[in-house]
Ligand binder design. Structure first.
Ligand code: X8Z
Ligand code: ZN
Length: 593
């Protein structure tokens, strides 16, 4: 017994002598932060130019710059393994962990593979960005034109034409996508992950399987509400388009929901609004009538944040952002927010239309920018959100405060509609937020299976529509086959952006909104609460944002809401009156598909 103990002590001492010290770990992390900052800035600049001026050259230059940054991150992630037996202070431990999880795509060590992979990723985004539907050779429609058709047209033939036309742009992405899956998985495996999907799932401060279960749990909480909305909308669309187009108890055809991906349905609000009353105002019309321009739209968003006590955006934001679609060059129009130097060089890139949709999206984008600035004093590896759902939720939380009363306050609306209009307003919001939930979930259900090899290239499209059916209850409007590649007709699939974050954000933003509404002293129903002008709410929000990624996300969540759990009760409470109303409308009608 005594000999054994002695042996254990001797071994421990020997190990301690050979394993790297805390000081070495600290130096390793400092070096990584210095180098990755420089490479991140270079990559950001190259990406910005590529995304705002798509050519073969800018694509190649951006791919090269990205490759340098990704390779360096991979090297540091691999190098961090040598500290696994060194007991480390919490901050270093967390930074090493974040280093290993920083990438959405890991390059394999073979230089040929790594170059090919980064070229493919840049190329797929470029193909998407340049996508056009040319019904005639001299008349092409881009995604902005087609988005307008999907939102405004009520002619099923025209909607179908736009839908099919856009989905065709994704066909050429199928082959490179399959290769990207192969190479990205190779890179992920070199880092010790089972595949790229497993790497994505591990980012949430819990075991990856537990995270997948967490998503299922949240979905089960909100599914009844989605089913009620789906049944109600299907019934109204059937009245509108007829029994030949919309089935009584089957899935809704994907081209009738006002959006290219049927991901949010607010554009068909006029088709489904309560028969006895509308919402009483139309923000798109108001903005158009006032001749509001793109910059002014962004100013409205900025003023909301400054009303909470955030500092105004820097002058360079206004000089360097892209607010409108240029006429003479190809750009990636999908909205995004940037933080080029990780400190002050904030920008958005967005082809703004003067619509209520884009008015809200601007708040979404600025949420990213104000978050980025809030955590800019953190060490480099902590300059990120608590989890990626938080990043997506901040601007949307603010947008939930864009209530009629707020619009009156800023002079866009004359009078606040009376409470009898609340069901209409809630229905409009539900078409945006509840309709989105299954879509937000299914995209990565598909990709996780693809990365895991459970969905092979021969099954890409079929599996996609199986999940669309299972979660959303929608069906393709025409027969599809494996010559199609419908997943890549969605930006985030073509551009390698994980999507579970938007599902999380949809849930989290209501938790944030409820907490902030409480802090601001609002006692009204949550849909009537706006935190505009409330500095205390701003201060509390800022406290959470300032933490960046320095602590596991439950701590950030607790900081604002007092709870360490993501929880769908806030979104369910918000829509409770609507759920009741929907159930009345659906009485005696089929629910589900
Ligand atoms: O991609 C976005 C933002 C940029 S992070 C405009 N969103 C998702 C989408 O458009 O599919 C916001 C909501 C969901
Ligand atoms: Zn976003």
């Amino acid at each position: 017994m005594r000999t054994l103990l002695l042996l254990a002590v001797v071994t421990a001492v020997a190990q301690a002598a050979t394993r790297p010290t805390i000081e070495e770990a600290r130096k390793f992390v400092d070096d990584a932060e210095k180098q990755l900052l420089v490479l991140g800035i270079e990559g950001g600049r190259a990406d910005w130019v590529k995304s705002t001026y798509i050519t073969d050259d800018t694509e190649a230059l951006a791919a090269k710059a990205d490759e340098r940054g990704i390779n360096a991150t991979v090297d540091f992630a691999k190098g961090s393994a040598k500290f696994k037996d060194t007991p480390l202070p919490e901050d270093i431990e967390r930074k090493l962990k974040l280093l290993r999880l920083a990438l959405t795509v890991a390059t394999p060590s073979n230089p040929k593979d790594s170059e090919e992979l980064t070229r493919i990723v840049a190329g797929m985004e470029g193909t998407y960005g340049k996508g056009k539907y040319c019904a005639q050779a001299d008349h092409c429609l881009d995604l902005e034109d087609l988005t307008k058709v999907m939102a405004e047209s009520r002619d099923p033939k025209q909607l179908l034409d736009a839908w099919v036309g856009w989905h065709a742009i994704a066909k050429p992405i199928r082959e490179p996508f399959a290769r990207y899956v192969e190479l990205a998985n190779k890179g992920a495996r070199e880092l010790g992950f089972a595949d790229t999907g497993a790497m994505w799932r591990e980012k949430y401060d819990m075991p990856p399987d537990a995270f997948a279960k967490e998503l299922d749990r949240l979905w089960e909480q909100v599914r009844p509400l989605y089913l009620s909305l789906h049944a109600y909308v299907r019934g109204r669309l059937r009245e509108r388009y007829g029994a030949a187009v919309v089935p009584a108890n089957g899935p809704i055809p994907a081209h009738l929901l006002g959006n290219m991906w049927a991901q949010s349905w607010e554009n068909i609000y006029p088709l489904v609004e309560p028969k006895d009353s509308g919402p009483g105002y139309d923000l798109t019309q108001i903005l158009k009538t006032r001749n509001t321009d793109a910059k002014e739209m962004v100013r409205y968003g900025e003023r909301f944040f400054t009303s909470l006590g955030f500092a105004p955006l820097p002058t360079t934001f206004w000089e360097r952002s892209l607010f409108t679609k240029p006429r003479d060059r190809e750009v990636v129009c999908h909205a995004s927010a940037w933080d080029i130097d990780y400190v002050e060089d904030l920008r958005i890139k967005m082809c703004i239309d003067i619509t209520a949709d884009d008015f809200l999206t601007i708040h979404h984008e600025l949420g990213h920018n104000f978050y980025q600035r809030a955590y800019d004093k953190q060490p480099f590896l902590f300059r990120d959100s608590a989890n990626d759902g938080f990043h997506e939720a901040v601007g949307d939380t603010i947008a939930l405060s864009v209530t009629p009363a707020y619009l009156v306050k800023i002079g866009l609306l004359q009078t606040v509609p009376d409470p009898s209009k609340d069901i209409s307003l809630l229905l409009h919001k539900a078409l945006e937020k509840i309709a989105f939930l299954p879509f937000g979930l299914m995209i990565d259900q598909w990709r996780w299976k693809v990365f895991a090899g459970e969905i092979t290239p021969e099954q890409y499209n079929r599996a996609w529509w199986e999940l669309r059916l299972k979660y959303q209850g929608i069906a393709p409007p025409v027969a599809r086959s494996e010559t199609d590649f419908d997943p890549a007709a969605k930006y985030h699939v073509a551009a390698n952006v994980p999507y579970a974050r938007y599902f999380l954000a949809d849930i989290l933003q209501f938790q944030f909104h409820r907490a902030l509404a409480g802090i601001s002293g609002c006692r009204d129903p949550l849909n009537r609460c706006s935190i505009y002008g409330n500095q205390e709410a701003g201060r509390r929000l800022n406290t959470m944002l300032t933490m960046g990624a320095s602590r596991p996300w439950p701590s950030a969540l607790a900081e604002l809401t007092g709870s360490r759990q993501m929880d769908a009760r806030a979104i369910i409470d918000y829509f409770a009156p609507l759920q009741k109303w929907l159930d009345q409308q659906n009485k005696g009608k089929p629910v589900g598909w």
